[in-house]
Design a protein. Structure first.
Lengths: 434, 215
């Protein structure tokens, strides 16, 4: 497509005729009016030559063509962030897309408060914005953007220096706060209810009812209990849940005076496990029976840990194996070996990819959130029961939102029921957090 | 057959670990001990140089003479407190850094988990049950939408702990566990296939790189 002749005449017309220029005949004249008239004729002829060139489809040589730089560059601090982002907006060069391939790209430069400039991004033609997400609080940043073509690079006027600001509150997440307050309030309410002595109902979880039986079996057989708290560190919520269950299992172990072995693949988990078992033994009134060797570190290497635990299983032949925590590829290797030595196995993990392996190789499996509900179920403590009941309130909110959402979205998109549209908008505002 | 020492070691170690498939034996025990010992040593050295030296020491005392990050002193102090475990008298202090790690982790991850595992999931499920295209109802997409909605609702009901799974509620929960099991079955098959590819990789190493029987 050819551009119209008035486009970009200020910048591009004088340069377009390198290969197709026409030499106008200019007569020398001393009269100013005559010169002006001659210039008009010259310009007209030049313009006509370009029009003719375009009309005939003659290729325009765009090499060594000057470009207009981007203009009106504005840099603003990104709102509701941790001083980690500045947003740039500019008006693209007027030569952008005027002639195909004339403007190749935009280059974004950042000037730090030390005065050094660095190119931070290259953007395709047509771009008019960029977000710099590599800035830090306490520094001033200035930017300029250049348009780049075959004729070179042409810079915009640099922006004024700006410092990224940190906001304490992210009001984009206000709906999230509201839901958290509702769920948190429910948890506090149920904890207080339980403390006042009201019995809170928690449905039966089959896998957990087997815990006492499994520990009893190990006691009768005179064989140890093996507890594997996953292969992740203490910053993993599944590991924390596993260690919490270990507390309850250890308590039963202490009551029955059975042996428990907790090999770990992380040193911090070993420390946490030791503390947990020690507390359980103290609570059971048997601190003298506790020793630090009940939990020990093996290695951080995933399959090195598996090799060691498999060796422990075939040599010590535990009567019961617990797998509670976060597991990956080692899940079936462990559970299958435990199965081969005839142990009762109870597993629980929140990793959906590994649950199938535990389901096929273990006697009982806690699926997903059952792992997190387990400690409350086992302990019966008001705090944990209240927490579990509060989470059920959260699930109730999710169920209601999904049901209403599905009905209203179906109503508005399929049957065009307009009164449902505000409901869809409200749900989107609440749940589509940015 | 390979003449490289490293290839031989790796091949013999592989065979030693495979021997566990028959039963526990001395060769497996040797391989197990080497594996555990080298990996534990490797991680000890890695943690020392990557964390203690590079992040902590050079963070507090930058080699270029710049001002160190004062926040790292907090981590250093917590790390030292962990060592209190070595003393019976003040061993209880080691619980402080542990409590800090667990509490800080819970606080840091709470919002991310809540947004990714709850809010976005709920928003993604709010889709029209009936999907239409230019030719009318797109039956395949419609069935997919209905299955997603029913599976999510029934799955959520299964994980509802405040009510016994009886009556209609129990029936819906049973539908939920069926959906879960079907999903687990599909996941099981997928993962078994990926494990087979790992086995093939090992066989390829033994018969190709080591014995040279396959090219």
């Amino acid at each position: 497509m050819f551009p119209t002749t008035d486009h970009g005449s200020l910048h591009s017309v004088p340069h377009l005729s390198r290969t197709n220029h026409v030499k106008p005949c200019i007569k020398a004249s001393s009269a100013k009016q005559g010169v002006t008239k001659t210039m008009h004729i010259f310009a007209l002829l030049l313009l006509c030559s370009h029009v003719a060139a375009f009309a005939q489809g003659v290729a325009i040589d765009t090499t060594l063509v000057a470009l207009a730089p981007p203009s009106s560059l504005m840099v603003t601090d990104h709102v509701y962030d941790n001083a980690e982002r500045l947003d740039l907006v500019w008006v693209p060069s007027i030569d952008d897309k005027l002639i195909a391939n004339k403007l190749i790209e935009y280059r974004v430069y950042r000037v730090t408060d030390s005065g050094s400039a660095e190119r931070i991004s290259v953007l395709p033609a047509g771009s008019n914005s960029y977000s710099d997400e590599s800035v830090e609080s306490g520094h001033l940043y200035s930017y300029y953007v250049s348009s780049v073509g075959s004729g070179g690079e042409f810079q915009s006027i640099p922006s004024a220096p700006i410092e990224p600001q940190r906001e304490w509150l992210n009001f984009h997440l206000i709906s999230l706060l509201a839901i958290c307050v509702i769920i948190g309030g429910s948890i506090v309410f149920f904890i207080e209810t339980a403390r006042r002595g009201k019995k809170l109902f928690i449905r039966r979880i089959a896998g957990l009812e087997a815990v006492d039986d499994a520990v009893g079996r190990a006691t009768e057989m005179g064989r140890p209990i093996l507890f594997i708290p996953g292969i992740q560190d203490m910053d993993d919520v599944g590991t924390v849940a596993g260690i919490t269950i270990l507390g309850r299992v250890s308590r039963v172990v202490a009551d029955f005076d059975t042996k428990i072995t907790v090999p770990t693949s992380r040193s911090l988990v070993m420390t946490a496990a030791r503390e947990t078992i020690k507390t359980a033994y103290q609570t059971a009134g048997r601190p003298d029976k506790y020793n630090d060797d009940m939990s020990y570190y093996i290695t951080d290497e995933q399959f090195g840990y598996v090799a060691a635990v498999n060796g422990i299983m075939v040599r010590e032949k535990p009567a019961t194996c617990f797998y509670m925590g976060t597991f990956y590829a080692e899940s079936l290797l462990l559970a299958e070996t435990g199965n081969s030595v005839g142990a009762i196995q109870i597993a629980g993990t929140s990793n959906p990819m590994q649950i199938p392996f535990f389901v096929v190789a273990c006697d009982f499996t806690l699926i997903g959130e059952e792992l997190f509900a387990a400690s409350a179920y086992l302990s019966g403590e008001p705090k944990q029961l209240g927490s579990l009941k509060g989470q059920d309130v959260g699930k109730g909110i999710a169920l209601a939102a999904i049901t209403i959402g599905v009905i209203t979205v179906s109503g508005t998109t399929v049957w065009q029921i307009e009164w449902m549209r505000p409901i869809v908008d409200i749900l989107e505002t609440i749940f589509l957090t940015r | 057959m390979s003449t490289e020492f490293g290839v031989w070691i790796a091949a013999l170690m592989t065979l030693g670990l495979f021997s566990f498939l028959y039963k526990d034996n001395p060769l497996y025990k040797v391989c197990e001990a080497i594996f555990i010992g080298t990996s534990a040593g490797y991680y000890a050295v890695t943690y020392f140089f990557d964390n203690l030296h590079k992040k902590l020491w050079e963070g507090i005392f930058p080699p270029d003479g710049a001002v160190g990050d004062a926040w790292l002193w907090g981590g250093a102090i917590l790390g030292v407190l962990m060592l209190c475990r070595l003393s019976r008298k003040i061993g209880w202090i080691a619980r402080w850094p542990l409590s800090f790690i667990v509490g800080a982790t819970a606080g840091l991850y709470m919002i991310n988990y809540f947004v990714s595992s709850a809010m976005i999931q709920v928003a993604s499920t709010m889709q029209s049950l009936v999907v239409t295209d230019a030719g009318g109802i797109a039956w395949q997409a419609t069935i997919g939408s209905v299955v997603v909605a029913v599976a999510v609702v029934s799955g959520l009901i299964y994980f509802f702990f405040s009510k016994e799974h009886t009556g209609a509620f129990g029936g819906v929960a049973k539908v939920g566990i069926w959906f879960l099991m079907i999903t687990f079955g599909a996941s099981f098959g997928y993962t078994v296939m990926s494990r087979m590819s790992l086995l093939i990789g090992r066989m390829d190493y033994l018969f190709g790189d080591w014995l040279g029987l396959i090219r």
